[in-house]
Design a binder for this molecule. Sequence first.
Ligand code: GTP
Ligand code: MG
Length: 405
Amino acid sequence: MAALQTRFFWTSSLVKHSSRTTQRTSLHCRNSLVPHSSWILHNRPLCLSSGHKTQETQPQEAERPAKKLFRELVSEHRAAIAQCITLVESTHRAKQAQARELLAEILAYLRKKTTENHGIPPSFRIGLTGPPGAGKSTFIEAFGKQLTEAGHKVAVLAVDPSSSYSGGSLLGDKTRMPELTRDMRAYIRASPTSGSLGGVARNTNDAIVVCEGAGFDIILVETVGVGQSEYAVADMVDMLLLLVPPAGGDELQGIKRGIVEKVDLILVTKADGELKIPSRRVKTEYTSALKLMRKRSAVWSPKVMQVSAVTKTGLTEAWDAMSEYRNIMVKYDLLLPKRSKQHRIWMWNHIRDNIMDIFRCHPDIGPELPRMEAEVDQGRITSGMAADILLGRFRARMSWHDNDL
Ligand SMILES: Nc1nc2c(ncn2[C@@H]2O[C@H](COP(=O)(O)OP(=O)(O)OP(=O)(O)O)[C@@H](O)[C@H]2O)c(=O)[nH]1
Ligand SMILES: [Mg+2]
């Protein structure tokens, strides 16, 4: 298995946050992100539903838990990884301030490492998507184990917006990765989620940064290929893998064409026993399908390969293809621009999500929404007119805020 060099990467610095920390005193909106959003708009917390300014407190200089956590994380204290990820996932305002401080420290640390290593990122981020039951977790278990045995440090992060409804299927995934769970060179995080894709994605992006800070050189992000989560993952990783099971008919049709257009490598799973022949057939089908698609990159053509996590066949070849992809991306200076573009996409995604929440929770808007939607449904008013009315009210309220501040 080709050894992967240690890489460093550059990422834009965080905007310095205010020295004041804040605490939420009331929460009128359904979504806990709303007070955070009002911070973005007004640079001080304000509950839009009540107009009450929230209480502000001075940070406790003596504690500085973020600095302590950061030191422990980069010293590779295992317990610090989980603590850091829990912190960046927190929706508690005081904790969010600590999380910003922590992430700023990690990003500065990673920038320094990047500079020292000629601008090459320290980790390789690989996304794995595919239909439920495709064999993603089993593949990660076998593949991850092979990587740790070759000296890599492997972090596995799970993105599953459906887990809050299904009771957390990914939490069960840890039991599908028993060896990797016990491996001290691996870290598996199966985060229970808020149910909103924006929240999931934000947490996962920040968790990736934490894992990089902790020295993991390979970060595997698993997502179930349902809903929008696989598209979200495509914008978080350096390379996207699609895992498809060797079953025909309906299951294959369940894989969206859109995601096939985005993948860099397709792995047909379960290429063993009776499934070996169907697996070869599926490989041929995907190879033909890819040929018909528009070429996305001048330097990389997606490949289709067969793997079996049970017999451990094809794993080395799959890793060689991944390494080849990464080397090409580095060689043509495409990796950092890809990450920069992703960071920008996520910044705007978060802003969009938060502003939508502020809008929906606005006291002049929220109660009106069902009626307006009904009017639009019944054709009494056009969608454009309805939007103009609601946005007009929203803008009026916003300018009232500006005068008030
Ligand atoms: N024969 C064979 N079976 C496999 C292989 N990999 C996975 N399986 C089986 O396929 C089933 C699903 O595997 P998982 O790894 O849980 O699939 P997944 O894609 O992670 O599933 P979700 O997380 O639920 O989307 C399990 O019963 C596995 O034992 C393989 O290489 N060969
Ligand atoms: Mg799984």
